[in-house]
Design a protein. Structure first.
Length: 95
C-alpha cells in the first residue's frame, strides 16, 4: 500500500522553489525492493516505510507517480496531481 501525504490531492500550490513529496510505503507479506517517485529512486525509512523527495514543479498540472516493487516481483502504484504557479489571480479579479 502506498500513501502520498504531500502534496495534497488537487492542491493549488504557488510560490517559487521545490515541492516536497512525502508519504509511506507498506507491502504486507513482502520486502520492499525499490521505491521510485517519478522514476527517481528513493530510500524509505526502515520500519515506517516513510519517504520524501523534493521535486521542481512546472507551471500547470504536475503528476506524481510513486511506484513500489517487492522482492517477490509485486508492484503497487499511486498517483497524485497538483497544480503549480508562481501566483494565482482571485476569481473575478480583473487582470
Amino acid at each position: 500500500m502506498i500513501e502520498i501525504d504531500q502534496p495534497a490531492r488537487g492542491a493549488m500550490l504557488q510560490g517559487s522553489g521545490d515541492v516536497e513529496v512525502s508519504g509511506s510505503v507498506k507491502l504486507p507479506g513482502g520486502t520492499i525492493d525499490q521505491v521510485t517517485v517519478n522514476w527517481t529512486t528513493v530510500q524509505p525509512s526502515w520500519g515506517s516505510g516513510a519517504f520524501s523527495l523534493s521535486m521542481t514543479p512546472k507551471v500547470g498540472l504536475n503528476i506524481v507517480e510513486v511506484r513500489a516493487t517487492s522482492a517477490l516481483g509485486g508492484e503497487n502504484i499511486a498517483v497524485r496531481s497538483f497544480t503549480y504557479a508562481p501566483s494565482y489571480h482571485a476569481a473575478g479579479a480583473s487582470l
